[in-house]
Design a protein around this ligand. Structure first.
Ligand SMILES: [Zn+2]
Length: 249
């Protein structure tokens, strides 16, 4: 009897909006899910990973191990994790949230991020999404990173603040730029609100974003948070574009 209202509701929802796979638009049972084929194609990142870059290791090297890439060029942040390796399928999921008005894609992404970033979330004092410039916010109507941060904060019971970091200027899209160009493009693009230092100082801050390509955007954010005295700056993204040839060691 107790399940009946739920089934009834599901039936009504199905009549109005048939459940579609968030990646390929094929029919699925669960309204916020992927079909079996798309699940299988998603490249989930499992431990063991490099503690600094979140890139997968071919074999377990013990907790806190760094990859040669992290040792050669240590990131500005302390630890990074991502839920999946970037692929055509994970890109479609990101697009579903960003451009196709499918918030359920964001909830699924946040669920996968909560698993990959379990320890970072548990040790974070504050979640901070990468901000959009107000012009882009106006263009897109919402900030996908803020959406993910809200969902993760609720799931992990951690506080979040979307107003601490802000974009000082409109940067050109990073697509098509190489690593050096990306760093130049976002250098100095972020600032903290005047009263943010008191909130950030001495705290463990977790930056939330949807995709990490070279990490230039997250590094620019991490730098500002460090300057404000954050005790720890970690990074959790949904997808990670591994640097060519050094994703596995
Ligand atoms: Zn599918």
């Amino acid at each position: 009897m107790l399940q009946f209202p739920g089934r009834l509701w599901r039936g009504v929802v199905d009549l109005v909006t048939p459940s579609l796979c968030l990646v390929c638009q094929g029919a699925v049972e669960d309204p916020a899910s992927l079909c079996v084929d798309c699940w299988a194609k998603l490249k989930l990142i499992d431990e063991p990973v490099c503690d600094a870059l979140g890139t997968p290791f071919a074999y377990d090297q013990g907790a806190g191990a760094f990859s040669p890439a992290a040792l050669a060029d240590p990131p500005v942040w302390d630890r990074a994790r991502a839920a999946v390796l970037f692929s055509d399928d994970s890109a479609r999921l990101v697009h579903a949230l960003k451009y196709r008005d499918r918030p359920e894609a964001g909830l699924l992404m946040a669920r996968l991020m909560a698993g990959a970033g379990r320890r970072l979330l548990a040790e974070a004092d504050l979640l901070v999404p990468v901000p959009l410039h107000y012009f882009r916010l106006w263009q897109r109507r919402f900030n996908q990173s803020a959406f993910l941060a809200t969902a993760l904060a609720a799931a992990a019971g951690r506080p979040w603040r979307a107003d601490l970091l802000r974009r000082r200027r409109l940067t050109r899209p990073q697509v098509g730029l190489d690593q050096a160009q990306r760093h130049r493009n976002v250098r100095g693009a972020f600032a903290l609100r005047d009263d943010a230092a008191a909130v950030v100082a001495g705290r463990a801050v977790l930056i939330i974003d949807d995709v990490r390509t070279t990490g230039a955007t997250a590094a620019a954010c991490a730098e500002v948070l460090r300057q404000a005295g954050a005790a720890r700056v970690d990074l959790l993204t949904f997808a990670l574009v591994p640097p060519a040839g050094r994703s596995h060691i």
